[in-house]
Design a protein around this ligand. Structure first.
Ligand SMILES: *Cc1c(COP(=O)(O)O)cnc(C)c1O
Length: 413
């Protein structure tokens, strides 16, 4: 029963209520329809799922543990008199250090099934580029990653990682030379090289079927978490919490709980220097509906409808939009969206490191303060799962900088 409502979205046109859809040039429709058909076939084919399961187990390292964050729980109880139990879903333990590889594994196995040997992707901070280059190397595919020239300068270690993995990184100089410009160039490449090329999108955005397909590949997070919490606690959690850039790790955690209406779904956007400062990445909290990257959703835009650049201390949350399914869950009131600032993320990164011995990525560091608020609100007897979607090794230079410490990049690794 519960499942049903869940699986009716998106509709046949890829719409989640007023959001989503397929706003693309006529020339892109043939490859998009080919992809949609291939994905539907793969979904119904047990041998595809078996192959994906094989790689998720032996290459990615799934299932990831569900971990009781006992000291953070005790810390909250000490501060406020009582605390809900906080669990972390440990997707930071995956190969390459985050959830992104779940999706890349799925999409590139689909590419292989479709006979496509050339993979293109866009990347902002470089994390999706690295995950795509990793899986492309493993499957013996050519990989081209579009990246804004500004981002190439800011993210040198990831650019080098991609090259080590055999990928070609193509600099994009148009616009502000950041993520949204790289997305445009990747779409243009796809139109030009339809025959042999597969476009691997890194979050629950883009034209249909991407938002639903990426969600499905990330849904393993919530499926595992639900089974694990039932085994450990014998009941569903009161809330699940995740940070939001484009929204793929959050949708992955939420999806299997959408029809469990007793479970609150809470997404945490990046408020940067504060939502009122204009320097933030909170598309739902501080944006309005528009069209980008082939779908209708909430976007950061100026008075003239031009997409504005997002700001966050965490490069992975620096996306000016949010997946259309989140826009829908927000509008119908099923999920709650809150935000956390750069300073809050930095402070809770340090708290988590010291109390749990886990260096979280700066992205999930945004989810920690709102998880602690909730733990206080629910009090003893409450149960929360937060997605620890990435590890913080990649962020130590940014953090040292923010803390006013000077360490050399040369010592990395
Ligand atoms: C890329 C990234 C994000 C943001 O992407 P979503 O699609 O919102 O999940 C969050 N956390 C980490 C660790 C990332 O690498």
């Amino acid at each position: 029963m519960g499942k049903q409502a869940n699986q009716t979205f998106p509709d046949a046109n890829g719409r989640f209520g007023d959001f989503g859809g397929r706003y693309v040039a006529e020339t892109l429709m043939p490859p998009i329809l080919e992809l949609e058909k291939a994905y539907e076939d793969a979904k119904a084919d047990p041998s595809f799922q078996a192959e994906l399961d094989y790689y998720l187990t032996h290459y990615v390292g799934r299932p990831s543990p569900l971990y009781y964050a006992q000291r953070l729980t005790e810390h909250t109880a000490k501060q406020h008199g009582s605390s809900a139990k906080i669990y972390f879903k440990r997707d930071e333990l995956n190969h390459t250090g985050a959830h992104k590889i779940n999706n890349c594994m799925g999409q590139l196995l689909l590419a292989k099934r479709m006979g496509k040997k050339r993979i293109i992707a866009e990347t902002g901070a470089g994390q999706h580029g690295v995950a795509t280059a990793t899986v492309a190397a493993r499957l013996g595919m050519e990989c081209i990653v579009y990246m804004g020239a500004t981002d190439i300068v800011r993210q040198k270690p990831n650019v080098f990682r991609m090259r080590l993995l055999g990928a070609e990184v193509r600099a994009v100089h148009s616009g502000t030379a950041t993520l949204k410009d790289a997305m445009n160039d990747a779409l243009r490449d796809w139109v030009t090289n339809v025959g042999d090329t597969f476009y691997c999108i890194g979050t629950v955005a883009g034209p249909h079927p991407y938002p639903a397909m990426v969600r499905d590949f990330q849904a393993i997070i919530g499926v595992e978490a639900k089974a694990q919490i039932m085994e450990r606690e014998g009941r569903l959690p009161d809330a699940v919490v995740a940070c939001i850039g484009g929204g793929s790790n959050a949708m992955g955690l939420f999806h299997d709980f959408v029809d469990d209406t007793s479970v609150r779904l809470i997404g945490v956007e990046a408020a940067g220097r504060g939502v009122d400062s204009g320097l933030h990445a909170a598309s739902l909290t501080g944006g309005r509906p528009g069209i980008l990257h082939g779908n209708r959703t909430y976007l950061l835009q100026d008075a003239h409808g031009q997409i504005t650049d997002a700001h966050s201390i965490s490069a992975g949350l620096d996306y000016p939009g949010i997946g259309p399914e989140h826009a829908y869950l927000h509008d119908i009131g099923r999920a709650e969206y809150v935000s956390a600032t750069d300073d809050e993320a930095l402070e809770h990164f340090q708290l988590c490191a010291r109390l749990e011995g886990i260096l979280p990525a700066l992205e999930p560091s945004h989810a920690i303060p709102r998880t602690l608020d909730l733990a206080k609100e629910l009090g003893q007897g409450g149960l929360i799962i937060m997605n620890m979607c990435g590890r913080g090794d990649k962020d130590v230079f940014t953090i040292a900088d923010a803390l006013g410490e000077h360490i050399s990049e040369g010592t990395e690794g």
